[in-house]
Write a protein that binds this ligand. Structure first.
Ligand code: AMP
Length: 283
């Protein structure tokens, strides 16, 4: 059996281990996760392995990025299975703080990201989200002091928000984006896919098909607004409640009217039953 990673549950314990790495001048890559790990997360771990001598995976379901109406309490948690997967991928250290360690009772500081965090995509439907993400990610960065931080393109707006935050705050690390890992039928892997009923699971891959068809039509020169409108229709007809399907500038995430405003990224968020899915694709 592969050797289990060390598990740190307090900041001093974490710092002791990280300072041992640093004393040996070993590079460190951090993969932040909320657990319930799948092959998408493991692809991030592999990217981390390629870049750094030591790989730290954080597992923390961050209450600050959930609204009271959202699924913080029911979010899937599978720590033992996660640890076994990380052992098989030779992860060195798992950083698994409790909520009380991350946010002591008198915790009162927040990071308020702007730029790509305020463009009317996820931020419009989950206004609490990027403040919660930026605050916890900056804490994770300061706690683990990595050379590299690995994020998935699956959460594309989040990747851009964290990249901008690292740049704006002169954080001494590089944020690396990793392509989305998909199921065979195209559905982007996500811990929340576990919520889908069998019939919802059958419909779910339509989101990726619409993204692909819409991107292909835009590349072939079709009108951006007409093509995106057609994509929105297809998603709603399939039974989703659509939050957004938008073509945006791939870096700023600002609205784009024409293909020549690119490079473009198509981003979608939609609910099927009670489950909210997000995905995106390069145009
Ligand atoms: P989460 O545990 O959902 O917060 O995700 C932790 C990290 O894994 C984030 O950087 C996500 O973007 C990334 N991630 C989640 N799903 C995938 C996927 N299907 N492919 C690649 N990265 C992913």
């Amino acid at each position: 059996m592969a050797r289990r990673p060390l598990v740190a549950r307090s900041v001093p314990a974490l710092r002791t281990i990280v300072s041992r790495y640093r004393a040996k001048r070993e590079t460190v890559a951090l993969v932040p996760t909320m657990g319930a790990l799948h092959d998408g997360h493991l692809s991030l771990v592999r990217a981390a392995r390629k870049r750094a001598r030591r790989v730290i995976v954080s597992i923390f379901v961050n209450p600050a990025q959930f609204a009271p109406t959202e699924d913080f309490k029911t979010y899937p948690r599978s720590f033992d299975a996660d640890l076994a997967m990380l052992a098989a991928h030779k992860v060195d250290l798992v950083w698994a703080p409790s909520v009380a360690v991350m946010y002591p009772a008198d915790f009162s500081t927040k990071i308020a990201p702007g730029g790509p965090a305020l463009v009317g995509l996820e931020d419009k439907f989950r206004p609490h989200f990027f403040g919660g993400v930026a605050t916890v990610v900056s804490k994770l960065f300061l706690q683990t002091a990595p050379d590299f931080a690995i994020f998935g393109e699956k959460d594309y707006q989040q990747l851009k928000v964290v990249t901008r935050m690292a740049r704006d705050l002169d954080l001494p690390l590089r944020v690396i984006g990793v392509p989305t890992v998909r199921e065979k039928d195209g559905l982007a892997m996500s811990s929340r896919n576990a919520y889908l009923s069998p019939s919802e699971r059958k419909i779910a891959p339509l989101l990726y098909r619409v993204l692909k068809d819409t991107a292909a039509a835009i590349r072939a020169g079709a009108s951006l607004s007409a093509t995106v409108a057609q994509g929105r229709g297809a998603i709603e007809t399939a039974g989703f409640t659509l939050d957004y399907l938008e073509a945006r500038h791939a870096e700023t995430l600002l609205p784009a009217q024409f293909a020549k405003d690119g490079p473009l990224r198509l981003l979608v968020a939609a609910k099927i039953g009670k489950t909210r899915l997000i995905d995106n694709i390069r145009v």
